[in-house]
Ligand binder design. Structure first.
Ligand code: C2E
Ligand code: MG
Ligand code: MG
Ligand code: MG
Length: 284
């Protein structure tokens, strides 16, 4: 193969840059239309009780089937929505979809807690708690059947303001969880000031279980601390039996991960719900 000339290389890299920028532009410009045309939808991943294997909660995760780009991950379009001020519109769409879905499920006799994710910028909205309360009463959904997950890094970006908003949400009665715990580089001491019910340990550490005793230690210690402070502890991203076995000894309450169940669409979930019971401790 012939080596590229410098000029060709520059042209090549420029083209790639252009492509990435063009993709961002398509995503940003397409979001309002995508929301209006129902290109976006929620999937639901079971969270399992580690002792009984029962699914008592699901986490709602957003997806976008873009008309030109295909399926786009939230890791790609959520940050763009945050940067362009569109996250408020998106989060209020998520809130509406998830609470409406919860109302439908309750009418079908499916009683399950549904967790949804909010973004760091949502905490800057002083009307957040009122918006949540309004949606709950619009759909006649009890507050305690909804959990709001907020990432540790979002909570720590402005702790005092965050605590005010979290207390307002807690007064309404929704459950609160710290997401991606362990990635926000925050002082563990802050945990005790946060009025939350649950701590979700980030999956990043689990990948290192095989190779790093330190990673195991960090997870074990974080779990112990969170438990001692009275929080429910969830570990997300459990992909293997070996990781599960390590976690079983750590006092975790709830686990979530592809090893048991990937996110379901609404109809997949409704089909599977009667059999959503995972043998965990007595598995051979
Ligand atoms: P998250 O809230 O920490 O959600 C967990 C992510 O881990 C999800 O990725 C889930 O599909 C993935 N996951 C679960 N189990 C496993 C596993 O065993 N292995 C691996 N490799 N991954 C697993 P997803 O759905 O791509 O979402 C990525 C992030 O995007 C979420 O992380 C959350 O921060 C954000 N996000 C998702 N939906 C929403 C939403 O409706 N609103 C907002 N603001 N953010 C959202
Ligand atoms: Mg989450
Ligand atoms: Mg998480
Ligand atoms: Mg995450």
């Amino acid at each position: 193969k012939k080596a590229k000339t410098l000029k060709q290389q520059i042209a090549f890299y420029d083209q790639d840059d252009d492509k990435a920028q063009y993709r961002e532009l398509l995503i940003i410009n397409g979001l309002p239309k995508g929301l209006k045309q129902n290109q976006l939808f929620m999937v639901f991943q079971p969270k399992l009780d580690i002792k009984s294997g029962q699914c008592k909660q699901v986490e709602a995760l957003i997806r976008w089937q873009h008309e030109g780009l295909g399926l786009i991950s939230p890791s790609e379009f959520i940050p763009l929505a945050e940067q362009t001020g569109m996250i408020e519109m998106l989060s209020s769409w998520v809130l509406d979809k998830v609470i409406a879905q919860q109302a439908k499920w309750r009418n079908m006799g499916i009683y399950i807690n549904v967790a949804l994710n909010l973004s760091s910028t949502d905490l800057d909205n002083p009307n957040l708690a009122v918006d949540v309360a309004t949606k709950l009463s619009q759909y006649l959904v009890p507050a305690e059947s909804i959990t709001i997950e907020i990432t540790e890094s979002a909570l720590m970006s402005s702790v005092e303001n965050t605590i005010v908003i979290l207390n307002q949400l807690r007064d309404i009665g929704v459950k609160l969880a710290i997401d991606d715990f362990g990635t926000g580089h925050s002082s563990l001491a802050y945990l005790r000031y946060l009025p939350v019910d649950e701590v979700k340990i980030d999956k990043a550490f689990l990948n290192e279980f095989e190779t790093s005793a330190a990673a195991k230690h960090i997870v074990k210690t974080s779990i112990e601390l969170a438990k001692n402070l009275g929080f429910k502890v969830t570990v997300e991203g459990v992909e293997s039996k070996s990781v599960l076995e390590v976690l079983t000894g750590f006092g975790v309450d709830t686990i979530q991960g592809d090893y048991f169940a990937k996110p379901f669409t609404v109809s997949e979930f409704e089909h599977s719900y009667p059999q959503l019971n995972y043998p965990i401790s007595n598995e051979s």
